[in-house]
Ligand binder design. Sequence first.
Ligand SMILES: [Zn+2]
Length: 491
Amino acid sequence: MGILLQNGTIVNAEGQQRADVLIEGEIVSQIAAAIDPAGHEVVDCTGKLLLPGGIDVHTHLDLAFGGTYSNDDFNTGHRAAGFGGTTTHIDFVIQPKGGSLADGLKIWREKAKPAQIDYAFHMAVTDLRDDVMAEIPSLVQEGITSLKLFMAYKNVFQVDDMTLFKAMRVAAEHGMIVMVHAENGDVEATLTPALLAAGQTDPVYHASSRPPEIEGEATNRAVVMSGLTGCSLYVVHMTCEFAVEALRRGRALRYPVMGESCVQYFHLTVADHLAQPDFHGAKFVCSPPIRSTHDQAVLWEAVRDGTLQVVSTDHCDFWFEGGVGPVQEWAAAHNGGNWHAFEAQNPTYRRPGKELGKGNFARIPNGLPAIEDRLMVMWHTGVNSGKLSPERFVALNCTNPAKIFGMYPKKGGITVGGDADILVWDAARKHTISASTHHMHVDYNLFEGMEVQGVPVQVYLRGTKIVDGDRWLGRNGSGQYVPRQPHAPVL
Ligand SMILES: [Zn+2]
């Protein structure tokens, strides 16, 4: 007995098709105009669209950052993702200072134990010593085929140009892709103290410390290195015209370069959000910063014309009003490694959050909540407005992420033999986004009050229904690790 999704319209990146979809076990076993329902559980999908499960290739669950940890972990973050129609994500393992890549992987495997949706890992390399360089090929056997390097966060994560160039040569040799956070960290590290010394400490000055020019410059540097090494490059969270132009130039030269932007960069601006008074701007602090309406128009054009291939979230959320309750005890528990247990025993306690940066924008933990809202918001402002076709929406949010990161056709499309990760999508249903109803573990929402039209009403993960309207049906441990293939295509 299978599950028969009857009478829906499949939307894949390649086109739409009115068809029945039969799920048997964890996979799609048949797609046809009319499948005999005898012996199957029938789900009436008349008037609904069937979309591939969303794939968010850029998340930071349970991440140590800026003296605290991001709120959502592989439990709450998965649930929120699932409610929003995301069935697979790729999180960044961070190489611990002084440690090996394997040390980092061990930590993330532990974090991922409660997984409720499927997940994979990128490896963020923070200290590329010779022994670490030698360790890189072993990642391919673990199903990790992407390396992330930071051109920003001076004295924390930043690597110099020689290190980046060497890493690209090694990655290219082993069929891996290099991802970069492209901002000139040396310039930022010079601007920030000067701004603070001049008394410019409010959240809005975070944007002044990271102007779009330094994103464009670093993007160009990475693009040139990709051209020289032949290493596939994927520039994460691109926000502005300077960066998009650098990528476009590289693509015109047939360099193997690609890029993503994140849902927030299409919708939030310095003027309307980061500049909000009374520290509210801190809610929108992320790096690179949100930009201008002009840059937003450039991003929309870039996802339409194929310069950018993916929309992700960079989900990494922190309390707006955190540090509530026994902070000292939390810190002690945290240092002892048992802070999860501490928080479980003190449910009203809130770990430190954005308030850490009151009076100093450089101390505001960088990151935003978005894992739940990406598909609904991009559908509403992209597809409903006519900027994106439904097929392009699927390409950006589901199919291209799977292809670029070596998970296609297992993930990323509704295809015979592929995983039955399917959203029953009601394009007519309206929903108002709000922190009071969202499932992310955070006290504000970037899109508070936005009414969207188009929501996932049922979500299937490998043939198991994990969301049915307002009900969560997933279980801890039901999410699986997805090992990824090397030599993925350049799109
Ligand atoms: Zn990130």
